[in-house]
Ligand binder design. Structure first.
Ligand SMILES: NC(=O)c1ccc[n+]([C@@H]2O[C@H](COP(=O)([O-])OP(=O)(O)OC[C@H]3O[C@@H](n4cnc5c(N)ncnc54)[C@H](O)[C@@H]3O)[C@@H](O)[C@H]2O)c1
Length: 339
């Protein structure tokens, strides 16, 4: 029997999730949608006319629907923690969009709520499954690079639409506003820091960050880019830099420098007896996706391990918290106990 899904927030991403889970993942069926914005509910009514999907205007009624077993939360960052905790307390399993929350304290409270409720909880860190990332990760894990010294990701793109991407019926520019948990450190940082912590598994010792705000929109008080330096306890240094309103057009994706080799954009440079060889490094095949993995976890299949354990998302939030603090104080933030 397919798992009954309820989607909270029928904006750009919630609509995408509803369509994907409702029509393309056979182990799930869409049964409910909750959105407080009338125009978003109207769009859901049109999209799902003739389907057995109930559209709710009140959260309590949505959470009381026994057919909803898994709640997918796709709302602005500020509401992730309260909605997740309410859904878990109502006995639902929960997948929440990234970034997990406004900060690590909220993230930890979500994790504790899941433990108390005995329900599965995960953050939709879908960029763990991006081909370019899996490629870089398998190059690091191959051992050909020797001891890793540094790694990084730089992307300057001209995508001002990323600040006004939200559905117009709600508040299209919420990503430019701190009050909603906007800004690219939350948005793209939520993906890149997560990827980084999977590429290099050592504890994080310290973080330095500078946010970039090009004041692209008049009301913008959130960043449109960031530079983060992360130092791990084994002295490995990582640099992550993004700007979504830059015409410079620089993109290195993940690069990695090791004592025996380097990796950049699908090419592995390997040192053998003083000579350097370049090899095309393939994307790994057959990696289990987010949803098939979640199904095995929900079914409690023996040996099923969550693709995105919530503890790992709390760790991402701790690094993001430190990055915000570093920017505000203009100095390096060192963790009392490495993270
Ligand atoms: N994983 C990814 O690659 C990816 C991509 C895009 C967006 N996202 C994430 O999805 C989430 C939503 O982004 P979006 O672009 O769809 O935003 P959006 O503005 O298009 O949609 C937000 C929706 O949430 C609803 N909403 C607002 N406050 C609410 C509340 N308190 N309770 C219930 N519903 C509420 C709004 O009515 C709207 O329908 C964000 O967390 C964003 O970071 C993730």
């Amino acid at each position: 029997m397919a798992w009954g899904v309820g989607v909270v927030g029928y904006g750009q991403q919630g609509r995408w999730h509803a369509g994907h889970l409702g029509r393309q993942e056979p182990d799930f069926r869409l049964v409910g949608i909750y959105d407080p914005t009338e125009a978003c509910r109207a769009r859901a009514q049109t999209d799902w006319a003739g389907s057995p999907v109930t559209i709710y205007a009140e959260l309590d009624r949505f959470l009381a629907d026994p057919a909803i077993e898994l709640v997918l939360i796709a709302t602005p960052t500020t509401s992730h923690a309260p909605l997740t905790i309410s859904a878990l307390e109502a006995g639902k399993h929960v997948v929440c969009e990234k970034p997990m929350a406004m900060n690590a304290d909220e993230g930890y409270a979500m994790l504790q709520a899941a433990t108390r409720a005995g329900r599965v909880f995960s953050v939709f860190q879908n960029r763990r499954w991006d081909g370019y990332f899996l490629q870089a990760k398998s190059a690091v894990e191959s051992g050909y690079l020797g001891r890793i010294m540094e790694l990084g990701f730089v992307e300057h793109s001209f995508a001002p639409g990323s600040l006004t991407y939200g559905v117009s019926a709600f508040r299209s520019q919420w990503r430019a506003e701190r009050a909603y948990g906007g800004g690219m450190l939350y948005d793209w940082g939520g993906h890149r820091v997560d990827q980084l912590l999977l590429l290099h598994r050592a504890p994080v010792e310290r973080v330095y960050c500078q946010l970039v705000n090009g004041h692209w929109l008049q009301e913008q008080d959130a960043d449109n880019g960031f530079h983060i330096e992360i130092t791990f306890t084994d002295s490995v240094v990582a640099h992550v830099e993004m700007n979504t309103v830059s015409l410079a057009g620089v993109r290195t994706a993940w690069y990695v420098s090791g004592t025996e080799g380097g990796y950049l954009q699908g090419k592995l440079l390997h040192r053998v007896r003083g000579r350097i060889f370049t090899t095309d490094w393939p994307e790994p095949n057959g990696v289990e996706g987010f949803w098939p993995n979640l199904v095995r976890v929900l079914r409690q299949e023996p040996g099923a391990v969550q693709g995105v354990p919530p503890e790992e998302s709390v760790r991402v939030m701790r690094v993001i918290d430190a990055a915000f603090q570093s920017h505000e104080q203009g100095q390096v933030v060192r963790f009392d106990s490495p993270v």
